[in-house]
Design a protein around this ligand. Structure first.
Ligand code: CA
Length: 221
């Protein structure tokens, strides 16, 4: 999961970024509203955390222009503006949800999981393709409803990327994108290492290699 954090307050931004990294999200953080459009052109994200009071371009305008381009990327607004009209404007403007500052990080994370889940089209909190189940709240996986197996942050991030679209083949660079944020050094064989580790924990056939193209999990079985 790769998240774009748009927040001009250094302390809040740092707190959120560190918390998201701890939860195995890849996070890129920008502080200026006018940087959102060029950033979205250069990089694909699973979710945007958007502050409203921003230098460069107000968050409300950022939201409006993203939706005007008909981009359906999930957007969660994080803001101190708490009047009813602000909230309605945000939601009517196409935000998926709203969190008021100050908020508990646990609540922010839960709302992010809910939005990502809805976007993936899953009604239940646990992602599954029929064979493997993955619980984003605990980062535990299980095979054929067997005992839960704990995953490391990166193992979780990789399996999550595959399970959100069972059947889709994800390339090495797409998987790396879901695991690393800006400025994080990409270890050359990390994807192979993680897939090896997941197969050891969950079974050899849970992740299929499509030679020269990438990896996938099966679509329901
Ligand atoms: Ca602000």
């Amino acid at each position: 999961m790769r998240v774009l954090l748009v927040e001009d307050d250094a302390m809040i931004g740092e707190t959120i970024r560190d918390a998201l990294k701890d939860e195995s999200y890849a996070v890129d953080w920008i502080q200026d509203g006018s940087m959102v459009a060029p950033t979205l052109k250069a990089q694909q994200y699973d979710l945007i955390l958007l502050d409203l009071g921003l230098p460069g371009k107000d968050g409300q305008d950022v939201l409006t222009s993203i939706r005007a381009r008909q981009e359906s990327i999930p957007i969660l607004i994080i803001t101190a503006r708490d009047t009813l009209s602000d909230r309605l404007q945000g939601l009517d403007g196409g935000a998926d949800d709203y969190v008021l500052k100050p908020f508990e990080l646990a609540e922010l994370l839960a709302r992010m999981r809910a939005i990502i889940r809805r976007k993936g089209g899953c009604a239940t909190p646990v992602l599954t393709n029929g064979a493997i189940s993955l619980d984003p709240a605990t980062q535990e996986a299980s095979v054929h409803a067997g005992p839960p197996v704990s995953l490391t942050g990166r193992e979780f991030a990789l399996l999550h990327a595959l399970l959100i679209r069972p059947g889709a083949i994800l390339s090495r660079s797409t998987l790396e994108d879901r695991i690393y944020g800006w400025g994080e050094e990409i270890e050359s064989n990390m994807v192979d290492f993680l897939i090896h580790a997941l197969r050891r924990k969950l079974g050899n056939d849970i992740i299929k290699n499509v030679r020269g193209v990438g990896w996938r999990v099966s679509k329901g079985n």
